[in-house]
Design a protein around this ligand. Structure first.
Ligand code: SIN
Length: 492
């Protein structure tokens, strides 16, 4: 079928309705909200404008489905998740096209995200079978301590627009693997991928009520998720500001919280770095999703002895980037998500240049207009500039100078955030020392892309609570139970 100027094969992936208790539903009010392609401002679909009542119903459905799903063996849940994984891959091209249409990222990158998103389903399908516990010798004779991991209950998930598939699967797959049921609220700007995942969940025979998607009013849906006592886990990816509000709103019902919040990632180039590798990894790190990821380098620190060469190499690479509609041939930088994002990028550049930074590449809105912005390289950055303390979430690479290892580590750690940090060096001793001193949950050494399903993703300080992916990703959705068994070795 024709869709947003492209074509997709599986019409079921565009249901245009929320998914509650195994049924496709509109909003009670009948209201809908248009989904807009950020590349051209055109509407690519409509989704229901749901609110608190519909969310309550989804939570009720998830609560009703819990005991049956939790009672299945890990092996049974694994089989269903494997089928979901298979269907995601079978429909990968359609899903990628839907993603590019609603989010704007280049099609090649959208295809990459589908593979990345699917990898979490595969990984946690495997982990479902390993969600065991342990037997600990008792402290009194003839007793045994049994420690088990049990499904925490209904899990609510609030996901962002920058990764419309992977941030859902990275939460929902471990939840379902552990035996929890899920209610997902996708970002208002990118709900189509979430509904496509729900259609595939239905096809995979994930039982009704186990996976629900409600679209619409963020404040009302999020408010109900936080207040409802049946929800035992709230998982959120988004800004630190919103994360703090959600944590406060969950406090009265003392939920488990999994928070993947903002970052302010440094990328340090030491004097002993391989500068070609540093520039190449810097590009991957900075320009993934046009700079719109929480783990994109936000600040580059180049040692004063290599700063000019690094900037020259980075500038050369950046000039070869192709900005345009994500469906365009060879495009590797799509539009920013909306006008507010463009304004934020502009404000960062104006602040830096107003305080003396120099524009080496870009610096302006792109000639394509709308939400397109030129990849921008700034040098002569100082610590009192906005970019030092605030995530730009756009295609801007600001370069600062430094003189010593001790100095740069202190400067990069001087932030409330602690998600990712990167550095390039050929010195093993420095690699060990610096990675130990960085206040971050994720460190890339000579690597600019750190995300994968087998490694624990998450931050320290105000960048979040908990980990996603890896074995640790299941911990957010399980509770530990300790059972003391008495008289187990003695005939009575
Ligand atoms: C994010 O930006 O929120 C996630 C990025 C990733 O998974 O690599």
């Amino acid at each position: 079928m024709e869709f947003a100027g492209t074509s997709i094969k599986n019409e079921r992936l565009l249901p245009g309705a929320g998914f509650v208790g195994g049924e496709w539903r509109g909003a009670d009010s009948g209201g809908t909200v248009a989904v807009v392609n950020p590349a051209n401002g055109e509407s690519v679909g409509k989704t229901p404008m749901m609110g608190d009542a519909e969310t309550r119903r989804a939570i009720d459905a998830a609560a009703a489905a819990l005991s049956g799903w939790r009672a299945q063996t890990g092996k049974e849940r694994a089989a269903v998740l494997r089928e979901w994984h298979r269907l995601i891959l079978e429909n990968a091209e359609d899903l990628a096209r839907i993603m590019t249409a609603e989010q704007g990222k280049p099609l090649a990158e959208a295809r990459g995200e589908i593979a990345y998103g699917a990898s979490f389903v595969e990984w946690f399908a495997e982990e479902a079978k390993r969600c065991g516990g342990e037997i600990v010798p008792g402290v009194r004779r003839n007793t045994q301590i049994r420690v088990t991991r049990e499904a925490a209950g209904v899990a609510a998930m609030i996901t962002p627009w920058n990764f419309p598939v992977a941030m859902i699967t990275r939460k929902a797959a471990p939840a379902l693997a552990a035996g929890c049921t899920a209610v997902v609220k996708p970002a208002l700007l990118t709900p189509l991928c979430a509904l496509a995942l729900a259609a595939l969940a239905e096809d995979a025979k994930i039982p009704p009520g186990v996976f629900n998607v409600v679209t619409g009013d963020s404040a009302k849906i999020g408010g109900e998720m936080c207040a409802n006592p049946a929800v035992r886990v709230l998982s959120f990816t988004g800004s630190t500001e919103v994360g703090k509000k959600l944590a406060a709103a969950c406090a009265p019902t003392v939920k488990k919280l999994a928070l993947e919040l903002g970052g302010n990632a440094p990328f340090i180039v030491f004097p002993d770095a391989d500068l070609d590798l540093a520039a190449q990894q810097a590009m991957l790190c900075k320009f993934r999703n046009s700079g719109q990821t929480c783990v994109c380098a936000n600040r580059f620190y180049a040692h004063e002895s290599v700063r000019d060469s690094f900037v020259e190499k980075l500038a050369r690479e950046m000039r070869s980037l192709k900005v345009g509609d994500g469906f365009g041939e060879g495009v590797n930088q799509g539009p920013l998500i909306n006008k507010e994002a463009v304004e934020k990028v502009r404000a960062h550049i104006a602040d830096a240049t107003g305080k003396g930074a120099k524009v080496v590449v870009g610096g302006e809105a792109h000639e394509l207009g709308g939400c397109f912005f030129q990849p921008t390289l700034l040098c002569g950055m100082r610590d009192d500039m906005l970019a030092t303390r605030e995530e730009v979430f756009g295609p801007v690479a600001p370069v600062y100078d430094f003189q010593s290892e001790e100095e740069v580590v202190a400067r990069v750690n001087d932030t409330p955030y602690g998600l990712a940090a990167y550095f390039c060096t050929e010195d093993l001793g420095r690699a060990m020392r610096v990675s130990a001193s960085l206040e971050a949950g994720i460190v890339g050494v000579n690597e600019g892309i750190i995300s994968c399903e087998v490694a624990p993703f998450g931050g320290v300080k105000e960048s979040g609570i908990g980990r996603e992916g890896a074995r640790e990703g299941m911990d957010e959705y399980t509770e530990i139970k300790y059972t003391l068994i008495g008289y187990c070795g003695e005939a009575r």
